[in-house]
Design a protein around this ligand. Sequence first.
Ligand code: FE2
Length: 177
Amino acid sequence: MGFTTSQPIMKDHIMASDKGLEELFEDTLRDIYYAERQILKALPKMARAAQSEDLRAGFEHHREQTQGQIDRLEQIFELLGQRPRGKTCDAILGIIEEGKEIMDEYKGTSAIDAGLVSSAQAVEHYEIARYGTLKTWAKQLGMAEAAALFDETLKEEVETDKILSQLATSQANRKAA
Ligand SMILES: [Fe+2]
């Protein structure tokens, strides 16, 4: 299959130590564990910056939810017989950094809530991508209990995203009225 003429390369491939789905799963689990803890720290700042009471309350509620999601991840580490450990997630650091920029640049303006919602949705979409993948991999690795825990969190993230969309629409409508 195309490799037939490159025997030395084949040999290198065989000699390199293999990494399997289990390792990728564990790395990704550490990535989202790191991300959730960053989100936990960012949410109170977002709540303070919000102008609308609904949005502020939404961020405060999601902070509590995030603590529960971190607890679930710790349960999954326990199922693996591992101590919970994070792995720096550059993606979430970038998304949170952009959120901080919006907070600095739009503080006290009429666009701040729209900016906060857009940052929060970027966070949610990242999490939805990660949790969807982790749920699938957990199933493939025969970890039904972990898959169920990922699914609980995934549902919360999808619901949060929906609430954010509704807030964005109702705010835009109020402003237009
Ligand atoms: Fe989360």
